[in-house]
Design a protein around this ligand. Structure first.
Ligand SMILES: *Cc1c(COP(=O)(O)O)cnc(C)c1O
Length: 371
């Protein structure tokens, strides 16, 4: 059996007719930049997230970068985030010339540990970027409290978490802004790069709309230095077809996760299944376990036709590009430990029960052979 990490073909076959029609409409209209499709998606995702504004941008990384610019982050400022995330979270900070200041994770949820944030705050600290990793909301209440106390902006990195909830509320409505990525492998994926920022703040929304069009307002008059970073109509048209399915797809991911949990239960001496914090609606962008002998297990599964991934093998404080930040091994023990133990299993809404059973049978086989 061959089981990929993610298989988008069934979803595509199901939506093909609608997608062709949507693309045909864009092509016939000859309106390719910031037209009706982008407007509709912005409106629908803002409404879904219970905020006033959506701002379509070129990708999730730009969403973070533009959010920080709009929040007034400048060279020399410090922005607190987790070292156990995709590079872009901290890359967006460094691209401004600001300094990423890392805080270790909670080993159970893999999200930033709010109890360790306050000791990292200095008079240069201007913002916090909590990441809702793997599709589970970070612990927002204590983070919001700290942000209020020290007057910090919050930019939610929601790239992996559209539809996830924290205490009954959709993520994305807690921060000053929140950032989505529609990279093809995300839960809501385009057919190329795409992203969106949402915010409830009218002033920030206006700033971000200006930044994404070269800082131009009115057209050809430039008061701020912006970028060319727009979500294009073709991608928005595809996303408009897919977005109405997001809740159903997330619910299916949760079912697959529950089935993996059930199948893996008897391996509890070697496999730690994902921990769902109380009052969270986890949407399992990734189904990530901790395991013994991770690398050998991954190789074994690969030989059996099963793809798995390591998100992420090297925490950001140890990345060569951040060497000048002065961090060293041992600074964030939980992130470093997680990087050595995590393994993400195949996960997508169309994953079949037999496939899940095969994955878990092969994991069992590996530990039986190696014991
Ligand atoms: C995917 C991702 C991003 C970046 O999104 P792109 O659209 O690929 O630029 C940022 N942060 C996290 C946590 C991500 O998973």
């Amino acid at each position: 059996m061959n089981i990929p990490m993610l298989d988008l073909s069934e979803q595509y076959q199901h939506l093909k007719g609608e997608i062709y029609e949507a693309l045909e409409q864009v092509m016939s209209s000859s309106r390719f930049i910031l037209g009706e499709n982008v407007k509709k998606l912005e409106k629908d995702i803002a409404k879904y997230s219970h905020v006033a504004h959506g701002i379509g941008v070129a990708n999730g990384s730009d969403a973070l970068h533009i959010s920080l610019l709009a929040c007034g982050i400048q060279p020399g400022d410090e922005v607190i985030t987790t070292p156990f995330t995709f590079f872009a979270t901290a890359g967006s900070i460094a691209r401004i010339g600001a300094k990423p200041v890392f805080v270790d994770i909670d080993p159970k949820t893999f999200n930033i540990n709010p109890g360790l944030i306050e000791e990292k705050i200095t008079d240069k600290t201007k913002a916090i970027i909590p990441v809702h990793l793997y599709g589970q909301a970070a612990d927002m209440d204590p983070i919001l409290e700290i942000a209020k106390k020290y007057h910090l902006a919050i930019v939610e990195d929601a790239a992996q978490a559209i539809g996830a909830e924290y205490k009954g509320r959709k993520i994305g409505q807690f921060g000053d802004t929140a950032c989505f990525s529609f990279f093809p492998t995300k839960n809501l994926g385009a057919f190329g790069d795409a992203g969106m920022i949402i915010t409830n703040n009218d002033e920030l929304a206006e700033k971000m709309r200006v930044i994404r069009v070269h800082g131009s307002k009115p057209k050809y008059y430039h008061h701020v230095l912006g970028y060319n970073s727009r979500l294009d109509e073709m991608q928005a048209a595809i996303l408009n077809v897919k977005f109405p399915h997001i809740d159903e797809w997330n619910e299916l991911r949760r079912k697959k996760a529950a089935y993996y949990n059930e199948l893996l239960a008897e391996l509890d001496d070697v496999v730690v299944t994902p921990y769902e914090e109380e009052n969270r609606y986890h949407i399992y962008h990734q189904y990530t376990i901790r395991v013994k002998d991770r690398d050998a297990l991954q190789t074994y599964l690969k030989e059996q036709g099963i793809s798995t991934m390591i998100y992420y093998p090297l925490p950001l404080h140890l990345q060569p590009v951040f060497a000048d930040l002065g961090y060293k091994e041992g600074d964030f023990p939980e992130s470093e430990k997680a990087a050595k133990e995590v393994l993400s299993l195949p996960m997508y809404p169309e994953l079949k029960q037999e496939q899940q059973e095969y994955v878990v049978a092969k994991i069992k086989e590996f530990y039986r052979k190696s014991s």
